[in-house]
Design a binder for this molecule. Structure first.
Ligand code: ADP
Ligand code: MG
Length: 368
């Protein structure tokens, strides 16, 4: 892999990075104005930067196609449907705030798997914004970095994502979950009790229609909110499921998932704060069942992976994490047991289904 100096003929002047994340609980709640509880993972995207005196951006990523350096001029950002869109989205969003900066040379490396639901896109956006903040330097707080990352992805990339991923990458850390109210952006760091350790098993399953299904679910939630007479499903009182249950199917099921999931995030946050593992585990399994039955974003193979986790003595709770239709399962394990438990669960599931799982957390492979 070429070093920065080999690519650009001079050393970088700034290095910055940002982590991927796993969402502990609170799925498909972010675009409904609700609550989420992500945790940063020990996998990061790193950027190296050197400033330029013109308006040119040159960018290279180890994850990019081939070994080519991509180039564009600031102010001419336009979607090209490749990884450079994330870089252009960031410079466009940053320029729209009125901040002044020149071009730069950029090298990106990462051990956050791309497209596995661990938010490699937000890790890239936040790492780049941190790098640009240090390079020029710019006054930007961490919450604004998260907002700009989301804007980059919404506007130039064209993905209608909520703000959870960018907030987690910008404010999260590995031993604290981030309780986030996605409407107000009020957040609270919730230390993970020392009795637990997280694991993430990647099913390796990717679904060609996942982003189409995501749009359908978003639209269903918006229609449900309109029929219920609320701005967003977040506004339905937690105990008030009678109106939800009278919605025409499948809007009743979709809204029921969101409303009960918001309540589960609040309950899981309280359980974590109390160190009450007896309450935490069932909330994760209930979240999975709700994604499977009401939101219908699971797959039989993913359900089997969660069941394999449930059968493991060192797993306290497990659920599908991320948008669905494949991706990763998050396991809450007894402290010190996560690596072993994840390996056992992955092996049992591979044997049962013939799948090719990868343990992403704890990080056992070497640096990349
Ligand atoms: P994820 O769940 O990993 O965030 P997304 O589809 O949201 O999946 O984002 C993945 C896309 O982000 C990749 O296809 C690529 O365009 C871009 N990306 C993420 N990480 C990198 C990286 N290290 N280098 C280049 N592009 C990246
Ligand atoms: Mg993403």
């Amino acid at each position: 892999m070429p070093e920065f100096a080999e690519l650009y003929g001079r050393p970088p002047t700034v290095r910055a990075d940002a982590p991927g994340r796993v969402n502990l609980i609170g799925e498909h709640t972010d675009y409904n104005g609700g609550y989420v509880l992500p945790v940063a993972i020990p996998r990061r995207t790193c950027v190296e930067l050197a400033p330029r005196t013109d308006r040119t951006v040159r960018a290279w990523s180890a994850a990019g196609p081939g070994e080519t350096i991509a180039t564009y001029t600031l102010g001419t950002e336009a979607p090209g449907h490749g990884w450079l869109d994330y870089v252009m989205g960031v410079t466009q969003a940053l320029a729209a705030t009125g901040r002044r900066f020149d071009g730069f040379d950029l090298r990106v490396t990462s051990d956050v798997p791309v497209g596995a639901g661990l938010s490699s896109s937000a890790a890239l956006e936040v790492a780049l914004l941190r790098g640009l903040r240090a390079l020029y330097p710019l006054t930007l707080d961490d919450l604004e970095i998260a907002r700009l990352g989301q804007r980059a992805e919404n506007d130039l990339v064209g993905a209608p994502v909520g703000i959870m991923d960018q907030v987690a990458a910008s404010l999260g850390s590995e031993r604290t979950a981030l309780f986030l109210d996605t409407r107000t952006l009020a957040w609270r760091a919730i230390p993970l009790p020392p009795t637990i350790e997280l694991a993430v098993v990647d099913s390796g399953i990717t679904h060609a229609h996942a982003s189409g299904e995501y749009r359908v679910r978003r639209d269903e939630c918006a229609r449900a909110a309109t029929l219920l007479g609320v701005a967003q499903l977040r506004d339905v009182a937690p105990g008030d499921l009678s109106a939800v249950n009278r919605l025409p199917p499948p809007l009743d099921r979709r809204a029921r998932h969101v409303v009960t999931e918001d309540a589960r995030v609040l309950a899981a946050t309280a359980a974590l704060e109390a160190g009450d593992l007896e309450r935490l585990g069932p909330l994760l399994y209930a979240s999975h069942a709700s994604m499977r039955d009401d939101f219908e974003v699971s797959l039989p193979a993913i359900d089997a992976l969660v069941e394999a986790a449930r059968a493991d003595p060192d797993v306290i709770g497990a659920r599908l994490t991320g948008g669905g239709f494949g991706g990763c399962v998050v396991l809450v394990c007894r402290a010190g047991r996560a690596a072993e438990a994840a390996r056992r669960v992955a092996a049992a599931w591979a044997k049962e289904t013939g799948g090719a799982p990868v343990v992403r957390v704890p990080k056992v492979d070497g640096p990349t």
